[in-house]
Every structure is written in structure tokens, then in C-alpha cells.
Design a protein. Structure first.
Length: 749
């Protein structure tokens, strides 16, 4: 939201109260509270008739400083609030004649005490990160609307880039953009997003989380080109400055603060096939798809039933349409007997025709208006209402309906929607602020479903396919990118969205292979299959047409089979990366600058990505098969073509549909499994260890997990002279070693 007219002038309707100088402070335990007058104080008389901003610094853990800036502290400040986890905070507060210093771990805030010279600067040890100073921290009043706002403006350095803020499909580097934190169903070709996360990270290695679930507004190097501005309506602004010393470290620390991703079950990393959205289908149709995949020897692991597994107008009643599926329990058993897991589509809306509407209305389980009536709309489902997850009984009621499906044989849920949440004249059971609940609703929705799956299926067996999210939503994986189109442009914007989302700690992410809207030509379908199977989760899904490969061309069957086989073989490596994401918070699919923060060439790359620590993927976005991508220094190895490529420069190649740049990083031991048919098997048994080119003295460590995420085999490698020494611990001794560089590998078990 813009408040100024150029650098010097306010907009006509705006009245500003800026923090002008340090006034005084108090220390309460590990909290530092400062009082900042909004006018220069020259005598006692100038203390009168002015605003005074109260700023409190606190720390939930080392390396994180919370800044709470308040105008009128007596104003109502209702939640919901994002769940914040705390850890050890070693706080030191110091004062001298010129400064106040608030330090937690190696992160410190330095407040200038000079008259008429407010400044609060943040440092990682002695390295300057950012600051707020002249005409930055402010309380704003709109004299026309009567609305009040708190805003902050943080310094941007030369060559400093801003990333993140959720799953955004706009340009990957956010400098110059205006971003609103408001979950909406806008597809991948718009500036709005399904997953708004008020957290950004910069290439300087720090991040800032605004602790407000409402409609936080960002002006990123736009209103003031040397500042990131964020503002909220009301009398209070809370934000966290987070320093993990590097961009990756900061993303990991952000997940320390807001929650680590759960570890999804290994079977969920396989191929998912759906009925698509508005297509006609019954058991004969779905069985023909499943048999068609088997006939073509394409491994299939999860089958998903989209909306019309229920009768029209009755979403959601959680009952199979008897006209289409007269024997759902028997059908699910037949599919389980074929080795498939089952997913069904749900959402948190209850259509008026649903048998659950009357029940929910009478029990008070549906979101109400301030006059006590049930909120309803005809948008999506006629007369639909919304489950009030702030009511514990409503949550248990909703979970009970889903448990019936689990008892029938369903394994997981696609938790669609969650963005169309009303705010006008709304009264929640727990009296939450409706504006803040608009984004936060999806957290409660997905949490309710995920908790049920963990309770009924056990920890490590719960997985969702979720579309909407907010802060903390990464704890309930996996998420997919929403409604994309069947084009290369949409494929590229989908990847940008996934890269941006990963910076909010989302370890697991997917997308609709070949696009949701329209039907892709065979060319795009095959290229998207490559990209889709080199994502953490892989799903064939569409809107009005089926996505089975033989409807595109026979070569599409070959390409899909090859890349499903490849992903299954990659599972010892990939599941190890999933475990690391679960434990440390580093996303599986992520932008290059996280892994190569010192390489300025990686700062803006958004058409390639790291797939875990050791693989680089460059999807192909042209029918010609041409691709340009950048490799950092070292000798990289294409896992598919077997070609060595020297890094430190841009590459230009042409690939047929059977290959793409899938590059093994230097100084890597990559574990490949012995099973190309399914994602869940004994990863250590018969594993192949591919040893890439190693620099002199370089070391690497690879951990291979079991299906519970426990390490069962550890491989350590180090180059000594012309040899790479390999040490293997654990496993059953059934493994092979292959050197990709020609360098001799010697080792011992």
C-alpha cells in the first residue's frame, strides 16, 4: 500500500507520525522496550501533543529478534496468530552514551541514541544486514477513510535481491513488485496467490517475517526504491528479523520458528494419476486407466478421485455417488490389491443440498454472520457454508466424516480450496478477527485433516495434496501449485511459484503435469513429465480431459515410463533429502542461490533448480528441445546422458524427450536404488554408489534411510591425491561403486 507521493511528500489524505529519535527505554528480563517520540524533543513543552511509538525487542531463539511497534497499546488486537516455536535465546543488552545494543546469538540490533537521528540497524556479528531510520517506522492515518496503519521500511543494499512471500508466479526476484498477502484462487497466470507467506529472504542471508495473518501489504523497492516497505492496518506491527548467516541457514531457522515439514510416506513420492476434474468417469473408466498403465508397464502408485466421486451439488457430503460407484468399499479393496494407494478430493465447504448442511447448521458447526445466521454463498456450490474450525466440536465432527472414508480404504486427501473465506460481518466461534482468519483458515483446515491422518494411519503415513497455505502450513505436506495452463509459459511460471514457495520452508511441492486448463500438445506433455517426475511429488491431473499418456501419443508412454523408473531408482537419494527437509527445514526443490550464495550468477536463476543437495535440474521450455542453463564451478555429470560438463559458465544444449540436464554436483556420492517400479523399498539393498568428480581434499557424506526415515547406511568419501577413499557403514554389504570421473575409488566397509 502506498502512502507517499514521491520521496518527500505524503498523499493528500495521509497523516504521518514517524519515529524521529530515541527517547528512553526500559529492560524487562530479556525484553528491551524503547519509547520513540514522533517529534524532536527540545524541551519539556515539546513532549506534549505528539504520538509516542513504543518498540519492544525480544527473542524467541538465538538469531531471531522480534520487533513489536505499537502506537496505542489499548487497541483491540485479536488473533489468530501464527504458531511460533521457541528455543534457547542467549540475550545480551548493552548501553553506552551513543547506542543501545540488543543481541541474541550472533544477531544484534543497534539503536542510535542521537537526537533527531532515529536508527535501528541489524548486524550478523559485525556484518551489516539492514536498518530502519529516517522516515521509515511510522504510524499512518487516512483522514478520508479513518483507517490507521503501522508501517516499516527496511533498507535494501546495492545488488540486494528479495525473494519469497509465498508461492508467487510473478518474476522470481521481487524487487519492484507490489505484493498483497491475501489468499485467492487466481491460477498461476496472475499476481495473486493461493499461498501467501509474509516472509522474505534476501541474498544477503537474512529474512523478515511479518507476524500478522491479515492483509500485509508490501512495496518492494517500489514506493521507495531503496527500501522494502510492509504495512498492516491497526495500531500494532510485529515482525521478526531472522539470521541464519546464509540464505539456506535463514530458511532453516525460519522453520525452527514456524515448524518443520512432516516426513511424508515414501509411497507418496511415486506417480499419482487422477480422474481429472469435470471428466465423466465411473469404476469402469478408472479401472481402464489403471489397467492401461499396467499394460504399458508404467508404474502407478496413487490413484486420485477428484470432485465428482460425490454427487453434483453435494460437495461436500463425503459419500460416494451411488449412481457412479455402487460398491466403493469393494472398489477400493480391488485397487489396494493392485498395490495402489487411494486419494479423494475434499474441501471445507458444505453445499446446502448436502446431507451435512442441516446437521452442521443445527449443531453450530458452520461459520456464522454477526446476526447469528449461517454465512452462505452460491459461488462454487449452491448455498454452500463453511466449517468453523475454530470450534473444537466442529473440527471433530468434520474429522469424523473423513474417518469413515479412511475406514473404507481411503489413504489420503486432496485438501482443495480454503481461499474463499469471507470477512464481512463474520463471527467465528472463538471470536477470531475475520480479516486475519481469511488467510489463517487454511492452516486450521489442513491441520485438522493432517492430524486425523497421523492419528489413524500413524506418524510418517500422513500426506495431503493441499492448494492453499499460510505461515506454518509447511508442517502439513505436500502442496501443489494450483491451476496452471497447458503451455510452456505456464510451466515456467509454475516453477517460479515453487521456487518462491520453497523459501517459506515448504519442503515438498508438486504441480499438475502438462497443465490443468486445456489440453497440452504431446510435446508439452512429454516435457512436463520430465519436470513433474523430477519434483518431490508427481501428479497427472487436468480439468476437462484425461491425462493418461496414450491419449497424447505412444512416445508419451515411453517418456512417462522412463522418468517414473528414474524417480523410483532415485529414491535412496531423494528420501534421504526428504528426511533432511523434515529434520532441518531445507526444501527438496529449491532455487540455486540457496546452495551457491557466493555465486552472483545464481541470484536470478528461475528456470533451473537444485533437487536436493546433489542434483541440478534444468527443465526444457521449448519445442525445439533447446535449453540454456548455468553450472557453477566444477565438473558436473549428466545422470541421463553420461556426459561430463565443465561448470563456471552457461551451457546451451539440445535434448530429445528422453533426456534433459539432470546434473550430478561435483564432490558427491549419489545413491541409486535397485528398484525402478516403486518408491518404497529397501534402499540400502543393492544400492549403486555413483562417485562424481572430487576436488583435491574434498569430502562428502551420504546417508541412506529406511522407510521410517532412520539412517541405515552411511557413505563417506574423500579425495586423497589421485584416489577417492570411500568408507561405508551399515547396510548389508550389497552395494556397487562406480566412479564417474575416472578417478580410482578405494574403500572399506
Amino acid at each position: 500500500m502506498k502512502f507517499t507521493n514521491g520521496y518527500w511528500l505524503l498523499r493528500d489524505e495521509m497523516k504521518a507520525a514517524y519515529a524521529v529519535e530515541y527517547g528512553s527505554h526500559r529492560v524487562y528480563g530479556q525484553e528491551l522496550t524503547m519509547y520513540l517520540p514522533c517529534s524532536h524533543i527540545v524541551d519539556r513543552g515539546s513532549c506534549l501533543n505528539i504520538p509516542l511509538l513504543t518498540v519492544t525487542l525480544s527473542s524467541p531463539m538465538d538469531g531471531v529478534i522480534k520487533v513489536s511497534a505499537v502506537h496505542h497499546d489499548g487497541a483491540v488486537y485479536n488473533g489468530p496468530f501464527a504458531k511460533i516455536y521457541t528455543g534457547d535465546a542467549h540475550v545480551r543488552i548493552e548501553e553506552n552514551e551513543e547506542q543501545l545494543i540488543y543481541q541474541t546469538g550472533s544477531l544484534k540490533a543497534v539503536i542510535d541514541k542521537a537526537p533527531n537521528g532515529y536508527k535501528m540497524a541489524f548486524y550478523e556479528e559485525d556484518t551489516f544486514l539492514t536498518e530502519s531510520s529516517f522516515r521509515n517506522l511510522a504510524y499512518m492515518q487516512n483522514t478520508k477513510t479513518g483507517k490507521n496503519y503501522m508501517l516499516e521500511q527496511m533498507f535494501l543494499d546495492v545488488d540486494e535481491y528479495v525473494y519469497g512471500l509465498g508461492e508467487r508466479f510473478t518474476p522470481f526476484v521481487k524487487n519492484g513488485q507490489v505484493v498483497e498477502m491475501w489468499n485467492e484462487d487466481g491460477g498461476t497466470a496472475s499476481e495473486i496467490a493461493y499461498k501467501n507467506i509474509p516472509f522474505y529472504v534476501t541474498n544477503k542471508g537474512y529474512g523478515i517475517l511479518v507476524d500478522n495473518e491479515g492483509d500485509v501489504a508490501y512495496e518492494i523497492a517500489s514506493e521507495k526504491v531503496e527500501r522494502v516497505q510492509f504495512s498492516v492496518e491497526g495500531e500494532r506491527l510485529d515482525y521478526y528479523v531472522i539470521s541464519g548467516k546464509t540464505p539456506m541457514g535463514t530458511v532453516e531457522k525460519y522453520t525452527d520458528l514456524t515448524g518443520k515439514p512432516a516426513l511424508p510416506p515414501a509411497w507418496s513420492f511415486g506417480l499419482w494419476l487422477t480422474t481429472s476434474f469435470t471428466t465423466n468417469y465411473d469404476e469402469a473408466t478408472t479401472s481402464s486407466f489403471i489397467q492401461g498403465m499396467a499394460d504399458r508397464e508404467i508404474p502407478l502408485h496413487v490413484f486420485h478421485f477428484d470432485c465428482y466421486w460425490m454427487d453434483a451439488y453435494e460437495w461436500c457430503n463425503f459419500e460416494w455417488d451411488p449412481a457412479t460407484f455402487p460398491d466403493p468399499k469393494g472398489m477400493l479393496k480391488r485397487y489396494h490389491d493392485r498395490g495402489l494407494h487411494i486419494c479423494v478430493w475434499i474441501n471445507p465447504y458444505i453445499g446446502q443440498k448436502s446431507c451435512l448442511f442441516k446437521e452442521g447448521k443445527e449443531q453450530g458447526y458452520l461459520v456464522k454472520k454477526t446476526d447469528g445466521s449461517v454465512w452462505q454463498t452460491d459461488l462454487w456450490q449452491p448455498g454452500m457454508a463453511l466449517v468453523d474450525f475454530t470450534n473444537p466440536d466442529a473440527k471433530a465432527w468434520y474429522q469424523g466424516k473423513l474417518k469413515t472414508l479412511l475406514d473404507m480404504g481411503v489413504d489420503c486427501f486432496k485438501t482443495d480450496f480454503g481461499e474463499r473465506i469471507p470477512v464481512k460481518d463474520i463471527a467465528y466461534f472463538d471470536h477470531s478477527d475475520p480479516v486475519k482468519m481469511h488467510n489463517y483458515y487454511t492452516y486450521l483446515y489442513n491441520q485438522a485433516v493432517f492430524e486425523l491422518l497421523e492419528r489413524e494411519r500413524g506418524t510418517g503415513e500422513a500426506v495431503l495434496f493441499a492448494r492453499s497455505a499460510t505461515v506454518g502450513g509447511q508442517q502439513f505436506p505436500a502442496h501443489w501449485g494450483g491451476d496452471c495452463s497447458a503451455s510452456y509459459v505456464s510451466m515456467a511460471e509454475t516453477l517460479r511459484g515453487g521456487l518462491s514457495l520453497s523459501l517459506g520452508g515448504f519442503g515438498f511441492w508438486s504441480h499438475d503435469i502438462s497443465g490443468f486448463e486445456s489440453t497440452a500438445p504431446a510435446d508439452i506433455y512429454k516435457r512436463w513429465c520430465q519436470f513433474g517426475l523430477l519434483s518431490s511429488h508427481s501428479r497427472l491431473h487436468g480439468s476437462s480431459s484425461y491425462r493418461v499418456p496414450w491419449l497424447f501419443d505412444e512416445e508419451a508412454c515411453d517418456i512417462l515410463r522412463e522418468f517414473v523408473n528414474l524417480k523410483c531408482r532415485l529414491m535412496p537419494y531423494l528420501y534421504g533429502q526428504a528426511v533432511r527437509s523434515h529434520k532441518e527445514g531445507r526444501p527438496v526443490l529449491r532455487p540455486m542461490f540457496l546452495d551457491f550464495p557466493e555465486n552472483r550468477a545464481c541470484d536470478t536463476l528461475d528456470r533451473q533448480y537444485m533437487f536436493g543437495d546433489s542434483l541440478l535440474v534444468a527443465p526444457i521450455f521449448k519445442e525445439s528441445g533447446e535449453v540454456q542453463y548455468y553450472l557453477p564451478e566444477g565438473t558436473w555429470y549428466n545422470l541421463i546422458t553420461g556426459v561430463d560438463v565443465s561448470g563456471g559458465k552457461w551451457q546451451k544444449e539440445t535434448h530429445d524427450y528422453h533426456s534433459l540436464p539432470l546434473m550430478i554436483r561435483p564432490n558427491t556420492v549419489l545413491a541409486l536404488g535397485n528398484n525402478d517400479q516403486k518408491p518404497d523399498y529397501d534402499y540400502a539393498d543393492g544400492v549403486s554408489l555413483l562417485v562424481s568428480a572430487f576436488d583435491e581434499g574434498a569430502e562428502a557424506k551420504t546417508e541412506i534411510p529406511d522407510l521410517k526415515g532412520e539412517t541405515v547406511m552411511t557413505v563417506t568419501a574423500k579425495r586423497v591425491g589421485d584416489e577417492i577413499h570411500l568408507y561405508v557403514e551399515g547396510g548389508n554389504g550389497n552395494y556397487t561403486v562406480k566412479s564417474l570421473s575416472g578417478c580410482k575409488v578405494v574403500g572399506e566397509a
